[in-house]
Design a protein around this ligand. Sequence first.
Ligand SMILES: C[S@@+](CC[C@H](N)C(=O)[O-])C[C@H]1O[C@@H](n2cnc3c(N)ncnc32)[C@H](O)[C@@H]1O
Length: 286
Amino acid sequence: MKTIRDIWVEFKDQFQKVSLSPESDFKWLVENVLEENHSFHWTLHSELILSPLKAEVLSTFCRRRAEGEPIAYILGEWDFYGRRFIVEPGVLIPRPETELIIEIAKKKFKDNHPQWILDFGSGSGCLALTLAYEFSTEKMIAIEKSPQAIPILEKNKKLHGLTDRLDVFASDVVDFHCTDLWGKIDLIVANPPYIDFLDQEIAQDVKKYEPKEALFSEERGFAAIHSWAVVAGKYLRPGGFYLFEFGKGQAQEVFDFVTSMGVFDKVEIEKDLNGIDRVAICKKSD
Ligand SMILES: C[S@@+](CC[C@H](N)C(=O)[O-])C[C@H]1O[C@@H](n2cnc3c(N)ncnc32)[C@H](O)[C@@H]1O
């Protein structure tokens, strides 16, 4: 018979080696196994004797975490902008800094909701599906090339009951050809892969567990940033917005590139909560 504390004691040293927040990681796992919400504090119930099945599941989860596997893949779900998304190894784990795109979109379209939205490199669908909740949009299109990501995106579409409003296209962004939509889209969002293949700072667990095509891009991390901006320029209506995330240290080059395209008459860069330049706001010329 094992208590919650017994399992914590067994794994805590291993957690400390792989995580900056070992207690919080353990809390996530305990909550999931006990089907409790975030208000559950295991430390107040540390002597609770677990059923053999729950003890086994919690130990298995802990073993996976101790090997460095991200919590989101162990749980199979993660939160984005206050909503839950299915997350499996075929998709990037949604990041809090990406929520900035939603915040900016809400400000830019406060009075007039966008009627046509594209999401480039949709992954789990966290951006497209969140925008579908926030706006009374008529049609949204998610473009994603990874065959591993698409089934997860479809599952999230169903989970959120948004099958009618979101179309998924299995395509490379640069190969997406829908001439009927050229010059018609109000809002395009993207979190492109933007990490340089030679980047030495990337966390080992990210590199080991998350999909390479979601992380890395050629041309020192700029290939998708450049080519997707060109595609966005083609699909946006005059006055429409392209909002996209980029990495630390890329702001100047991003700004120079999008302003040099001659498509956007206003380009702004917004910082994330850590004060790092993170999202480009590109308004297509009227
Ligand atoms: C950084 S992830 C972003 C996923 C999701 N939008 C998010 O913010 O969590 C980039 C996504 O773009 C997809 N991707 C990469 N290159 C692509 C391309 N050329 N065309 C379409 N999708 C691409 C990857 O498979 C991945 O799902």
